[in-house]
Ligand binder design. Structure first.
Ligand SMILES: [Zn+2]
Length: 281
């Protein structure tokens, strides 16, 4: 079933847990995430990031995500991740997504506010909740391994974040406090006090991007300090890859579909473990 982002966030707030927000730009990952959610029994945010367009388009993958979520008895939010412009977000909402992130964080503050407000206005007309972002996180959702190091001079300033939330009306906020997108090149130094300060100053749930590759303890500390939505992709996709690898040189396997089944199995255990970790704080 499909539920609103507000309902999912309220559930997480009540139980003091985090919501797994999983990007599924490949079908095996989507099937695995649906099944993992049904097993664990908490709401999960299914996401499609604009940066994944080269893998598959939202027009092709989106309807499958919406349909499988509707058909399942488990609760899902359908979220457009890192929308770079309002047209892309409109496309996603027309497909049936019911939650969106507008990422204006690479623009200057005023442009970010203007872009984000425009999306909030459009989304509000449709009863849709919006995530905004302020502060810079390096790397990207393609698991770009070129950087993988957080830069503390780019961490989000709580006062600026509070002003941003007031000016835009976003319902939750992605902020920079030590995580990076993709694969970590060195152990991340998470600033838990900053998370708590951001949560207090903005009054909205904090979203963690670059959620792959942290320890269970680190996830739990982040959740305890105010993170409610944790974006996840790289390690799910890597688990699918790792499951396929031993089969590639097996002369008995000649069909891609056999690799797809292995990928799904690998992704399933990874997704289930991640969802459980977020839900068992
Ligand atoms: Zn992100």
């Amino acid at each position: 079933m499909i539920i609103g982002l507000d309902e999912a966030l309220a559930f997480a707030e009540n139980k003091n847990i985090g919501l797994a927000a999983i990007n599924t730009p490949f079908f095996e990952g989507l099937l695995a995430t649906i099944e993992a959610t049904e097993r664990v029994g908490v709401p999960v945010i299914l996401q499609f990031a604009q940066v994944h367009e080269p893998i598959v388009s939202i027009e092709d993958m989106g309807p499958a995500m919406v349909e499988l979520a509707k058909r399942s008895e488990a609760p899902f939010v359908l979220h457009i991740d890192h929308g770079a412009d309002i047209d892309y977000i409109r496309t996603g909402l027309d497909i049936g997504f019911n939650s969106a992130m507008i990422d204006g964080s690479t623009h200057d503050y005023d442009t970010n506010v203007a872009m984000t407000r425009e999306v909030v206005e459009m989304a509000t007309e449709r009863g849709i909740k919006v995530e905004g972002e302020i502060g810079v996180m390096t790397g990207n959702e393609n698991g770009d391994p070129s950087q993988g190091v957080a830069d503390s001079t780019l961490y989000t300033d709580p006062e600026v974040a509070a002003e941003f939330v007031r000016a835009t009306g976003v319902d939750c906020l992605a902020a920079s406090f030590g995580t990076v997108h993709g694969v970590y090149r060195q152990k991340p130094e998470l600033d838990y006090a900053l998370i708590a300060e951001l949560r207090r100053a903005t009054g909205v749930p904090i979203v963690m991007h670059g959620g792959s590759g942290l320890s269970k303890q680190e996830y739990h500390e982040c959740i305890r300090h105010g993170v409610r939505k944790i974006n996840y992709y790289t390690y799910l996709a890597k688990a699918a890859y790792d499951a396929v690898l031993p089969l590639v040189d097996d002369p008995g396997i000649i069909l891609f579909s056999d690799l797809a089944v292995a990928a799904r199995t690998g992704a399933l255990s990874n997704a289930a473990e991640f969802i459980e970790t977020c839900a068992a704080v």
